[in-house]
Design a protein around this ligand. Sequence first.
Ligand SMILES: NC(=O)c1ccc[n+]([C@@H]2O[C@H](COP(=O)([O-])OP(=O)(O)OC[C@H]3O[C@@H](n4cnc5c(N)ncnc54)[C@H](OP(=O)(O)O)[C@@H]3O)[C@@H](O)[C@H]2O)c1
Length: 249
Amino acid sequence: MNVETKYNIKGYELKDKIILVTGANRGFGHAMTLDLAKAGANVIMLGRDLGSLEAAYDEVVCAGYQEPVLFPFDLEGATPEHYEQLQKDILDNFGHLDGLIHNAGIIGTMMPIEQYDIRLWYSTMQINVNAPFMLTQFLIPVLNKSNDARVLFLSSSVGRSARAYWGAYGVSKFAIEGLSKTLSEELEKTNIKVNSLDPGRMRTEMRRSVYPAENADNNPLPGSKSPAIVYLMSKKSKDLNGEQLTLKV
Ligand SMILES: NC(=O)c1ccc[n+]([C@@H]2O[C@H](COP(=O)([O-])OP(=O)(O)OC[C@H]3O[C@@H](n4cnc5c(N)ncnc54)[C@H](OP(=O)(O)O)[C@@H]3O)[C@@H](O)[C@H]2O)c1
């Protein structure tokens, strides 16, 4: 199902909404943080690099948007105890969670499966699949305390139709599609709506690393697509559940 990227953000349509974004320090996560905060949401910015998280925080505050909260967290090294602490911190500080956006990810490497580096395979699966699984598992009770919650898994076209040499990244996105669909069915009768989203190509570090020779200027900036994330977190999208969404420019 296609979702329009052009969405006119109304000030404060996400007022009082608590939304956690992973990989909020740069790329698409950074762009969506700005737009969510612009719409009045309290964004919990999760990322592993405190310096760039702080820089992104300053941008949000300087723009006059809703002040976010920083949550330094490494999705590769985190154990269930770290997720438990994160759950407790959100409950203690906010009492509930309205949105969980699994945006962080790594590309791994472009390589035939036959030669794929085994350590890099494990890292890619840990960050792109196992971490979203654990984060979701620990945050379902917190999302359950919201009267209208969303879980959004960032996916890719290579997670819907296989492409040679995309290796662990492609396989991880197939897994995320499976996780999204399974969870959406399990939570069907709750207030938590679960969808996956292929954002399409964007001018970010991830895209540059896969296509170093292309003219990056031809790729849309992440900020041109992030207004759609506000729509997907708003009550206007409350009937979407179990969908494989694709952003259309
Ligand atoms: N860009 C595209 O063209 C495109 C196309 C289709 C789908 N997507 C999907 O869109 C999402 C965002 O992509 P992007 O292009 O914005 O990627 P990006 O620019 O490479 O940013 C990736 C983000 O993930 C974070 N991250 C990576 N490993 C982490 C870890 N261990 N712990 C915490 N955070 C970690 C990075 O933090 P650090 O700064 O610390 O590395 C960064 O904030 C991804 O899920 C990607 O698969 C992107």
